[in-house]
Design a protein around this ligand. Sequence first.
Ligand code: HEC
Length: 285
Amino acid sequence: MKKLAVIVSTICMLAAPLLGVAANPEQDLKDFRSYFTKRFPGTPLQDFANGVYAVDKASRAQWEAFEEFPPYEIYVEKGEKLFNTPFKNGKTYASCFPKAKQGMKQNYPYYSKKRKEVVTLEMAINECRKKNGEKPLKWKKGKIAHLMAYFAYQSRGKKGNVKIVNTPDSIAWYERGKKHFYAKRGQLNMSCADCHYYNAGNKIRANILSPALGHTTHFPVFRNKWASKSSKGDGMGTLHRRYGGCNKQVRAKPFKAQSKEYRALEYFHTYMSNGIKLNGPGIRG
Ligand code: HEC
């Protein structure tokens, strides 16, 4: 009988991680980080904030040259202006975000116990607008990306500090995001992890794949591709815009920006980069 109990408990222990029973975000973070620091021993932890340029020395010089006259600078200024321009009722965004100037992006996304959901900064921006009688902004580019650029800039140098609240519902959000990251999808049947974890640093077509560690630190991002005529934008885009693009790369149908699915993914994905200093907005190809 005793033997049976031992066998049963051993099976439970082995199966628990597979079933997601023993969710342990802290351990996940340690494993995630140590996988990358071992894979790229020459890259200091903070350097992962620089995406592919942390591991692809060849393209780094060109990127550093861009950073000397960064194309996102005017959008940080536009965002600041938007932040300080009164709504029709005379209030500004500061009425919702009194601490914006000290930097607060490092605390997003967060799980709200009251609302039982993950709240992103983009969501909070549009909720602020609604509260003040203004129409919501579109989620992926334009003004919301400019405001995000301003928020990101104010948080430069602050360490990512996302909290996985210890309630079953918050953990379920975290697990959903984690599952999205590791689940294969699309006609190419590939996961985020296939490209940005197992193959980080390797080449796919003309691109070197960036490590997922540090992925979220520099958003929103200015991309040359997003500044081209065909993408009908000014170059700036949010994290969920990028998620959609990466889902499309494997010919999967992207989810909507700010859908539960992408907010859950952002919760997991951003938590994995906790402790790395924010350096947004960024420039990418
Ligand atoms: C088929 C490979 C592939 C898959 C699968 C894939 N991506 Fe990407 N992703 C790329 C490439 C290529 C780039 C551009 C080069 C780079 O920065 O890695 C990129 C860029 C990114 C970036 C921007 C990195 C930066 O430094 O700004 C993020 C964030 C990202 N991917 C997240 C994801 C997420 C989340 C998933 C899963 C939903 C995913 N990707 C799935 C290929 C992929």
